[in-house]
Write a protein that binds this ligand. Structure first.
Ligand code: GRF
Length: 235
């Protein structure tokens, strides 16, 4: 068995992306494991989900701290306890300082509900509908100092339907998010996604086909990750 990368998930609420990552980590040949979940709200539903699955959690409510820097220092300490290799932001609704981001450069990834660089920030689904987009989707990217920017690891597209509401479109995107995030984490954990000149290069990954785009690019994590190479990784 190869050594799995230790992952801490940071989140603020529902935690459905965290659940998708948990499910993937339950697969015996998945190259990562969730060793801890940290939330900035004690009442975050995802904390309870993680606890029920036997995953260690830490609640670090931002309201308990005098300022942003003090809160982030406490979050950082909570993360360090878990000795992670990688951090996954999954609906973590706090802005991270440049210093924190630099510390985790190349080892922290985020999922955002739009096809970046379109629609960084909030209310992406409403903005996509209002703009008249025919395609919307989600992106997993390495985190850099600029919010919702950074080298793109993988993206998934969904159609925008004529009678779409915010809710309907966000549900459709969420289904794609749950497929995309496990794929992107597998690529990073397996060492197949490398940043070169500010862009991600996928080594050994199955490349997307030319022509009509697939829903998820690249495709599922099993196809995208070189399992033989993984098996050769030293424990
Ligand atoms: C997701 O839409 C994610 O893309 C965004 O925040 C939302 C979190 O949802 N960053 P959940 O907590 O994972 O259910």
């Amino acid at each position: 068995m190869t050594k799995r990368k230790r992952v801490v998930v940071l989140m603020s609420g529902r935690g459905s992306n965290m659940e998708a990552l948990m499910a993937a980590c339950g697969e015996p040949d998945y190259p990562a494991e969730i060793v801890g979940v940290v939330a900035n709200r004690a009442e975050a539903k995802g904390l309870e989900t993680a606890r029920r699955a036997g995953i260690a959690t830490a609640a670090v409510p931002h309201r308990d701290f005098a300022d942003r820097a003090a809160h982030e220092a406490a979050v950082s300490a909570a993360i360090a306890e878990f000795e992670p290799d990688l951090i996954c932001l999954a609906g973590y609704m706090r802005i991270l300082s440049a210093g924190f981001v630099r510390q985790w450069n190349g080892r922290m990834i985020n999922i955002h509900p739009s096809l970046l660089p379109a629609f960084p920030g909030l209310h992406t689904h409403r903005r996509a509908i209002e703009t008249g987009c025919r395609i919307h989707g989600c992106t997993v990217h390495f985190v850099t100092e600029v919010m919702d920017e950074g080298p793109i690891i993988a993206q998934a597209a969904v159609p925008v339907l004529a009678d779409d509401t915010d809710d309907a479109l966000s549900q459709r995107v969420l289904v794609a998010e749950h497929q995309l995030y496990p794929l992107a984490l597998a690529l990073v954990a397996a060492g197949s996604a490398r940043v070169e000149d500010g862009r991600v290069v996928h080594e050994g990954a199955v490349q997307p086909q030319a022509g009509v785009a697939r829903l998820v690019s690249p495709p599922g994590w099993r196809e995208a990750v070189d399992l033989e190479k993984l098996a050769r990784m030293t424990p």
